[in-house]
Ligand binder design. Structure first.
Ligand SMILES: Cc1cc2nc3c(=O)[nH]c(=O)nc-3n(C[C@H](O)[C@H](O)[C@H](O)COP(=O)(O)OP(=O)(O)OC[C@H]3O[C@@H](n4cnc5c(N)ncnc54)[C@H](O)[C@@H]3O)c2cc1C
Length: 291
């Protein structure tokens, strides 16, 4: 039994844990992998207040060390189901827990393009994380699919490793001006606008990407960065959502009493580390007032 169970130790979940613990509320933080979430996918964060530039892994370590210092333990386990009778019942791979409050901070998984053979080619040319897999494509040609901040961050990372990096974007770039000007300064990044990927050619691994304008890109790797799908399939409730994301009010409350959602899993305009951390703090402070 814990007063509050937080699911997911990305910046949103860790921030919520910090605020709850400091408010004297008994909290249990559950993470299926290592703490850090999406921060672990980037080597360069330049927009988190207090740090001119920091590696995502390092920021994740600093956050988890701060929790450890407060005596908050991060339990490595995967939540399989959350339901509610009088209290919340949380079923994990290892145990059954009961709590008065649940904060969902599970983020999202990368959205797929939906192409035939996309799954089959995962780790055989297709990746959703340049920092994780970029080194396998050293000196080779690759494509990045997407036109937002994440896609351009991936392209910049790959440009330092790979021979040529094509950025394939359905319409136009939607990224920040800082990233756009950095992309311009790299002579091995080629932007292809108003095109879509329509097919993949491969032998053992990816060899060619077919585009909607009839062009074919000979690439060994394709990095897909077209947003994400929120992780909430383990929630056994009649939950209000918007575009698949959990709908909350400004206190991070969902339509289920006692169930809060923070960070990338909730519907909002801006998906950033600082907004995730802010959501976590707000949920914790709201719970403190409710207890
Ligand atoms: C390539 C890339 C670069 C980025 N660069 C920046 C940047 O420079 N600046 C910036 O502000 N933002 C950046 N972002 C966005 C930022 O990382 C996210 O907005 C932020 O991490 C969201 O935090 P979160 O805590 O909501 O979710 P996440 O960080 O996704 O964390 C969710 C956690 O929940 C865990 N989890 C999921 N399901 C379960 C389960 N069933 N049981 C237990 N645990 C579970 C996951 O393992 C994960 O650790 C970037 C994102 C990407 C992909």
């Amino acid at each position: 039994m814990a007063k509050c169970v937080i699911i997911g130790a990305g910046p949103a979940g860790m921030s919520a844990a910090l605020y709850l613990k400091r408010a004297g509320i008994d909290v249990l933080l559950i993470e299926k992998d290592v703490p850090g979430g999406e921060m672990l996918k980037t080597n360069k964060i330049e927009n988190y207040l207090g740090f001119m530039e920091i590696d995502g892994g390092e920021l994740a370590l600093k956050m988890s060390a701060q929790l450890k210092n407060l005596g908050i333990s991060i339990v490595k386990d995967k939540v399989l189901k959350v339901s509610k009778e009088d209290k919340f019942k949380i079923e994990t791979e290892k145990e059954h827990l009961v709590a008065d409050y649940v904060i969902v901070a599970t983020g999202r998984v990368p959205r797929k393009l939906g192409l035939e053979d996309e799954d089959k080619l995962l780790n055989r040319g297709i990746s959703y994380c340049a920092v994780c897999d970029g080194a396998f494509y050293r000196n080779l040609d690759v494509a990045v699919i997407g036109g937002g901040d994440s896609a351009l961050t991936e392209a910049l990372y790959l440009a330092d490793l790979c021979h040529k990096v094509y950025v394939v974007v359905r319409k136009d770039l939607r990224a920040s001006d800082v990233l756009k000007s950095r992309i311009k300064a790299k002579d091995n990044i080629i932007i292809l606008k108003n095109v879509e990927v329509v097919g993949l050619d491969y032998n053992d691994s990816l060899s060619q990407v077919r585009l909607s304008d009839g062009e074919k890109l000979s690439v060994s790797g394709m990095f897909i960065a077209i947003g994400g799908v929120p992780i909430l399939d383990f929630l056994d409730f009649d939950l209000e959502t918007v575009n698949g994301y959990i709908k909350t009010n400004e206190r991070m409350e969902s339509n289920v009493k006692g169930l809060y959602a923070v960070g990338d899993v909730r519907y909002k305009d801006f998906y950033q580390i600082i907004t995730a951390a802010s959501d976590g703090a707000i949920a914790a402070l709201s719970i403190r007032e409710d207890v």
